[in-house]
Design a binder for this molecule. Structure first.
Ligand code: ADP
Length: 421
């Protein structure tokens, strides 16, 4: 390697190193253009991208002093040096454009630039040409060399990768926008439907409760079934609305001093029969003599705990255990519900608090539910300024934990667990 080659390589390395600190694509490509002009001793450089729809090339980046004149210009694939490079996927050197009919003179006319010589290489992504990178007018009326071509190819591959990243980013951005739109539509749909269902359902419940008094023993079973199922529907609608109300800021909590100890005991008592029927041992572990007191909306905390205990029993097989623990920490109360049941696969764990999310598909699963319990629990805990998260190992069991601040103003620390929702 000659001294000049070593110097060139060192300069190329320096340029690429500087490039890695540039963040936006525009600056990045401008730096690549400057580096290309400098390292190949050219007057100027340009980068063209292939337009799939129009089947021609256009200037993606040109030095600013040409930009206005040629920014809308199109370069045909046939009858231009850039087109030749693109179609043949090969570098091209033209020492004197006057003697080569592949040169497309229109750009010179538009920009007022006089092209004498040029060197161009294809921009390649995944083995396919996506554009062309060119430098013009070698200094001192010299001719371009193989080395220049190598430098330009190196810079072209950097440019191509950067352009691909930009493409990926814009695709990602538009998918995110789409997902956000869909989410908004879903929320609107849920808000409207649950609102519209509430009134007729209230009437069904009211009238059937009235009927029950009238019909006596004979149809008691049937009327009870109507009331039971209508109440279930009402619960579902309440769950849907509570998430919506929270998201739209319409929800409120009525805080009073409440005993979490008491709530734990009540909820556990209400699930005793269900647990016995299922053959699951339900246990409460609390420090003796300590009442866990917080400023909170007791009815909401009870809903949260019920949802968690119900899940723990549902997703634990016969012979399993569910333990509810409550513990006082300096500024908050910590409640956890541990089971040694089915557990949650790692890939599903970060999503279980999303509305309608269920590990098993709704159609194949054996358990009821609509994937609402945990999302309701999450919004209710967060309304209190608390945190809720899940830890789980598939096949070994799960632990759901929530923290509630003792006073209204206390700050609950971020949990250490990464699967926070
Ligand atoms: P659902 O009412 O359908 O159970 P949830 O929002 O309460 O909905 O729970 C969402 C999903 O998280 C459940 O369908 C289940 O797959 C999973 N899950 C929740 N709790 C547990 C648990 N203790 N053990 C295993 N899986 C659980």
């Amino acid at each position: 390697m000659t001294v000049d080659q070593v110097k060139l390589l060192a300069r190329l390395l320096e340029v690429t190193r500087n490039l890695s600190t540039t963040v936006d694509l525009e600056t990045y490509l401008q730096s690549i253009l400057s580096a290309a002009s400098e390292l190949t001793e050219s007057e100027t450089a340009s980068l063209m991208e292939f337009d799939e729809a129009a089947q021609d090339l256009y200037f993606k980046y040109v030095p600013w002093f040409h930009r206005d004149a040629i920014k809308d210009a199109r370069i045909p694939l046939n009858g231009s040096a850039a087109g030749w490079i693109f179609l043949h996927v090969k570098p091209l050197m033209i020492d004197d454009v006057k003697k080569d009919e592949r040169h497309y003179g229109r750009i010179d006319e538009l920009s007022g630039f006089v092209t004498r010589s040029l060197l161009g290489v294809p921009l390649i992504l995944h083995g396919r040409p996506v554009g062309v990178f060119e430098v013009f007018n070698k200094a001192n009326s010299g001719n371009y060399t193989e080395e220049d071509a190598l430098v330009l190819e190196t810079l072209a591959s950097l440019a191509a990768t950067a352009m691909q990243n930009e493409m990926l980013e814009s695709t990602m951005q538009s998918s995110q926008d789409e997902a956000r739109d869909l989410d908004r539509l879903k929320n609107e749909f849920i808000a409207i439907t649950s609102h519209e269902l509430r009134t007729p359902l209230g009437l069904i419940l009211g009238h059937s409760t009235f009927l029950r008094e009238l019909v006596g023993n004979e149809y008691e079973e049937q009327v009870d079934a109507i009331i039971r199922n209508a109440s279930k529907l009402k619960e579902i609608i309440e769950s849907l609305s509570s998430v919506d109300n929270y998201q739209t800021g319409g929800a409120s909590i009525r805080s009073r001093k409440v005993s979490i100890t008491r709530i734990i005991e009540d909820v556990s008592a209400s699930f005793r029969d269900v647990a016995i029927q299922k053959g699951v041992a339900l246990k409460v572990e609390l420090e003796r003599g300590q009442d866990l007191l917080v400023d909170a909306d007791g009815s909401k905390v009870a809903i949260v705990l019920s949802n968690l205990v119900k899940n723990a029993i549902t997703f634990t097989n016969e012979g399993g255990h569910v333990i509810i623990r409550g513990e006082q920490q300096p500024d908050f109360v910590k409640v956890s519900i541990e089971d040694d049941g089915l557990g949650i696969p790692l890939k599903d764990l970060p999503h279980v608090f999303e509305r309608f999310y269920q590990v098993e598909s709704h159609l194949t699963r054996r358990h009821g539910g609509m994937g609402l319990g945990l999302s309701v629990a999450k919004v209710m805990i967060e309304m209190h300024g608390g945190r809720i998260w899940a830890e789980s190992m598939e096949g070994l069991g799960s632990t759901f934990t929530f923290l509630l601040p003792v006073g209204k103003t206390s700050n609950v620390p971020d949990p250490v667990n990464p699967f926070v929702e």
